[in-house]
Write a protein that binds this ligand. Structure first.
Ligand code: AMP
Ligand code: MG
Length: 523
């Protein structure tokens, strides 16, 4: 395997003086050097063809014992300089102090044939200075979920970190899944995540919270130079302020676009703490996430958040904004005036509205989205919630409704409850009639409209129960469920003959089953 590394993060930023995993508060440094802890029996469970090819890793390399050793953390390639990043964060609305990569270890920044920079990071690679009381490991179930969802999101067109591979470690990990005094032994696993940068909002918040403006300012300059190369520095002090302002506005608009995509496809992140928001606007840290089955803005899969439902589906745009206000607060000391930060935050809502407008137009098959269409979409969402309608199936099937003779037949597959369907029918048919008139006014030919709708409304998403079925199989020793899902989710907008099993309503048995509708942070 021939990877070329050029490690800017460790090469250009201050390191912790101590190396190794001893637990500690780390001041004046943005990371600690620490190596992965070897595992008993590395075994490749699955890999992404696309990510391997992005990195220039051949299929022969992937099949080699060296690949398994390297990506399970048992061996380093020349040029790798492993480290764990130091960051803080607001968790569930409260400042949590130093968190850091407690089980993620970055191996290095690989430069591919096109000159692109891709950082490789093992999640579950063993203890680091930031592991606190935990073990630095990850279980198979959560690793399967992260591996599959990263790739599924990418193919859906949602900005995300990627995943090169999923390795079984051969070691067992003990977890109390619902924190209720029932720990069990589970198979351990490691995912190799891949992204241009793993810098989070929390990387800026930590030095800011400690009044270390020098370190904060170094990180800001570094991030702009490495991760936002399209922003070019000027020469004067005023230019620096303008550059930082432009950067913050970019972070706000990227975050807005990412969340608008989540709302389009029905993705609920589940733990939108500021340590889980990427500075590049990538979906990061797949934990107790979930996909909307029956449309419900109040739903969250995260049982750890069941009380306040802070991170429920419908709150995600507001929470992203709140997180940006924390980031702005952290960045204030490196801005001469906070006007730019206010402007960036305001820009968030403009960027979000623009992204929402194009999503509404595409989801409904319109050439453009007018203000009245935003209201029409809101009315539709209220109807879908009241009638317990499957979000994915409804929007995918909407393109089959005849604008001249609107009725619910093409949408029948999307209802969970016959009685609720009956009650909702007049309202929905009236909405469809109204929509049919709007579509005719809009004037797009049927085929064009259907194409637009199919490109915005996926046929296949990683429904929670589908992931759980693949996990159950994998825990019993059969990886085929993972491979099947990975394959289907590579083309989520295509109708795939013979794969109908993957685009059905959630079955009844999965409604309240752990892993399917309820997930904790234990992973
Ligand atoms: P998360 O909820 O996954 O974003 O994790 C929050 C913090 O806990 C981060 O600092 C993680 O690195 C850390 N963490 C989570 N699980 C573990 C674990 N098993 N071992 C060490 N640190 C962990
Ligand atoms: Mg995290």
């Amino acid at each position: 395997m021939n990877l070329r590394f050029d490690n800017h993060f460790v090469g250009k930023l201050p390191a912790d003086q101590e190396t190794g995993p001893r637990q500690r508060q780390v001041h004046g440094a943005l990371y600690s050097r620490v190596e992965p802890t070897p595992v008993a029996a590395p075994r490749l469970v699955a890999h992404s063809l696309e990510v391997a090819s992005l990195l220039g890793i051949s299929e022969t390399d992937v099949a080699s014992p060296e690949f398994a050793r390297v990506f399970a953390g048992n061996e380093l390639l020349p040029g790798m300089q492993p480290f764990a990043a130091n960051y803080g964060g607001h968790q569930f609305g409260h400042w949590a102090g130093q968190l850091g990569d407690g089980r993620a270890i970055s191996l290095g920044e690989s430069i591919n044939a096109k000159g692109e920079r891709w950082e490789l990071q093992l999640k579950g690679a063993g203890p680091t200075p930031y592991s606190r009381s935990a073990d630095g490991r990850a279980v198979l179930r959560s690793s399967v979920r992260e591996f599959l969802c990263s790739e599924a999101m990418h193919h859906l067109g949602v900005p995300t970190t990627r995943a090169l591979c999923l390795m079984a470690t051969g070691d067992e990990v003990v977890r109390d899944m619902f924190y209720d005094g029932h720990p069990r032994r589970e198979p351990g696993a490691i995912v190799c995540r891949v992204a241009p940068s793993f810098i989070r909002f929390g990387n800026f918040e930590l030095p800011a919270s400690r009044g270390d403006v020098g370190l904060l300012s170094q990180l800001v300059d570094f991030t702009i130079a490495r991760d936002f190369p399209e922003l070019k520095p000027g020469k004067s002090a005023g230019d620096t302020e303008a550059l930082r302002a432009e950067w913050f506005a970019q972070v706000c608009s990227r975050t807005a676009k990412m969340v608008a995509h989540w709302m389009r496809v029905g993705f609920v992140h589940g733990v939108m703490n500021t340590d889980n928001l990427s500075i590049l606007g990538l979906t990061i840290d797949y934990g107790p996430y979930g996909w909307i089955d029956d449309f419900d803005p109040d739903w969250t899969p995260n049982t750890t958040d069941a009380g306040g439902r802070r991170y429920r589906f419908g709150s995600q745009p507001d929470i992203a904004y709140w997180n940006l206000t924390r980031l702005a607060g952290a960045l204030a000391p490196v801005f001469a005036s906070i006007d730019a930060l206010h402007a960036g935050l305001e820009h968030y809502w403009h960027a979000f509205a623009a992204a929402e407008h194009s999503n509404i137009a595409a989801k409904l098959g319109l050439a453009e989205c007018r203000e009245e269409d935003v209201l029409r979409m809101e009315a539709l969402y209220a109807l879908l919630q009241a009638a317990e309608v499957d979000m994915t199936l409804f929007f995918r099937s909407l393109s089959e409704v005849d604008a001249d003779h609107p009725n619910l037949t093409p949408l029948d597959c999307a209802f969970y409850d016959i009685e609720k369907r009956r009650q909702a029918e007049p309202g929905l048919v009236s909405w469809l009639t109204d929509h049919g008139a709007r579509v005719k006014q809009d004037g797009l030919p049927f085929e064009v409209r259907q194409k637009i709708m199919h490109a915005a409304n996926p046929r296949y998403v990683l429904r929670n129960y589908l992931a759980q079925e693949a996990i159950d199989m994998a825990e019993a020793g059969d990886d085929a469920g993972i491979h099947d899902l990975l394959e289907v989710l590579r083309r989520p907008y295509d109708d795939q003959a013979g794969r109908e099993r993957f685009c059905q309503r959630r079955p009844d048995w999965a409604r309240n089953r752990a892993g399917c509708s309820m997930l904790s942070c234990s992973s």
